[in-house]
Design a protein around this ligand. Structure first.
Ligand SMILES: [Zn+2]
Ligand SMILES: [Zn+2]
Length: 276
């Protein structure tokens, strides 16, 4: 039987403020699984910096880029069995200061891949209840989708559109689903732009108790396929070794049911197709 190619391209270690396990513990787990491709994507939250965003009223500690890229590149050059990809997750902001900082980061460290994510709206990360204060679900989700659409046009390069539907992880509504039919216009606009730009739609298995195997919700992944989208990546968004590759089987089952035949792994501007 053909050996399964397992990829997980969007994970965090303790170089990110919210990481649980260090890079060596994560690598040991990646070898044990074994992952064929392990993509590290530490948080670079320059949206926080540019927009003065805090968590619970406190500024967040930032990833030390120099320390991270040095350690991760050393692991990458030594590791034979797992192909390590040294990436970055860039939190989108409308603020030009954040964009300039991402340009400088990319220019200096040349990450193997970049996850373009929307985490924040105004003064808050969706992680905080205040991001939803006084907003009904339709208003909050529509604002978020508008930001995602803008994020696709950033002038720095990126490969992957991260966790489309991020606010649903933390939303205070009884039904947190981001329903395709309710936002068909906005979602079609996003999905067609992803396809036109040749970007990768991430299937992120960090769903925090939601009744879906991944973000985006399956209906949205189906719509992406029917519009012609074929580039998808798998992401556990693990912040510790225990969750590496978590939920992958369910996500692959969903992809196969829809009709996808490959998962895409980005590295240095090239996209590699791995059969599922
Ligand atoms: Zn994220
Ligand atoms: Zn992440």
């Amino acid at each position: 039987m053909r050996m399964k190619i397992i990829t997980d391209v969007h994970t965090h270690t303790t170089f990110s403020a919210d990481g649980i396990d260090d890079i060596y513990t994560m690598l040991a787990r990646a070898k044990q699984i074994p992952l064929a491709f392990w993509g590290i994507s530490e948080h670079f939250d320059y949206d926080y910096l540019a927009d003065n965003i805090t968590i619970h009223g406190k500024p967040i500690p930032y990833t030390d880029a120099e320390a991270y890229f040095t350690a991760a590149r050393a692991i990458q050059s030594q590791c034979q069995d797992v192909r390590v990809l040294v990436g970055a997750e860039c939190g989108f902001s409308r603020n030009q200061r954040a964009k300039d900082m991402y340009h400088a980061l990319i220019e200096r460290y040349k990450p193997d891949f970049i996850v373009n994510s929307v985490h924040t709206q105004g003064a808050y990360d969706y992680y905080e209840a205040a991001a939803f204060a006084d907003k009904d679900k339709h208003t909050a989700y529509k604002e978020y989708l508008c930001l995602v659409r803008e994020s696709l046009d950033v002038d720095y390069d990126y490969d992957i559109v991260g966790h489309l539907g991020y606010p649903t992880r933390f939303a205070p509504y009884a039904d947190k689903t981001l329903d395709y039919a309710e936002f068909a216009h906005e979602l079609d606009d996003i999905l067609t732009a992803i396809i036109a730009k040749g970007k990768i739609l991430e299937l992120n298995s960090s769903v925090k108790g939601l009744s879906t195997p991944c973000l985006p919700f399956p209906q949205i992944v189906e719509r992406y396929f029917s519009l012609g989208g074929r580039k998808v990546s798998f992401a556990s968004d693990a912040h510790g070794a225990e969750r590496l590759a978590d939920g992958r089987e369910k996500v692959v089952d969903l992809l196969k049911t829809i009709g996808f035949t490959h998962i895409t792994v980005p590295c240095q501007g090239k996209h590699y197709e791995q059969k599922i």
